[in-house]
Write a protein that binds this ligand. Structure first.
Ligand code: HEC
Length: 151
């Protein structure tokens, strides 16, 4: 019995080591300042801070990859969240969206944070400062409501 456990442990260790060979691609696409959200909208400083600490890692091309992104299978989950997040909403290319799409995304920002769907729980689990306070959620909503009304 002891021997079986030992072989099992060795087997898992070997598989874990092999997984480490498959590192994720961490190259960020270049950010063109004409295409960012700041190019087409006023983003107040307090909103910028909130987006920066809680959203930008998955919703811009300026992702900062944490140390655990180097450990598989963690990195794979992380990468799929980032790819998926960018596909749905990418502040680095927000200016390339048409007016309707911009308005829709802005409305969804308020919705997602009010319903506590964003930032993803797997993110706030490690990034504790990304857990938004009611004041921060309100700041995001006030900003998006004003921005949609202005256009
Ligand atoms: C860990 C990565 C991650 C973080 C951090 C994150 N998101 Fe997301 N976001 C995603 C993923 C993945 C999706 C697409 C799947 C889904 O809707 O659950 C998404 C979807 C969205 C959508 C829906 C867009 C659409 O068209 O359906 C909005 C809006 C959004 N996020 C806003 C935010 C805001 C605002 C923050 C910060 C307060 C944030 N997200 C933080 C990963 C993230």
């Amino acid at each position: 019995m002891k021997r079986i456990l030992k072989y099992l442990a060795l087997g898992f260790a070997a598989i874990f080591l092999v997984l480490q060979v498959f590192q994720i691609d961490k190259t960020n696409a270049a950010v063109n300042s004409n295409e960012t959200i700041e190019a087409v909208m006023n983003v107040p400083p307090d909103v910028k801070i909130i987006l920066g600490k809680a959203c930008n890692d998955c919703h811009t091309n300026s992702t900062i990859y944490p140390w655990y992104s180097y450990i598989q299978p963690n990195g794979w989950f992380l990468k799929s969240h980032i790819d998926d997040g960018r596909r749905h909403l990418n502040f680095s290319v927000f200016a390339t969206y048409d007016a309707n799409k911009r308005a829709k995304k802005l409305e969804e920002i308020c919705e997602e944070v009010t319903e506590n769907k964003m930032p993803l729980p797997s993110y706030t689990w490690i990034h504790r400062d990304a857990i938004l306070t009611e004041t921060e959620k309100k700041a995001l909503c006030d900003w998006t409501v004003a921005a949609v009304a202005e256009r």
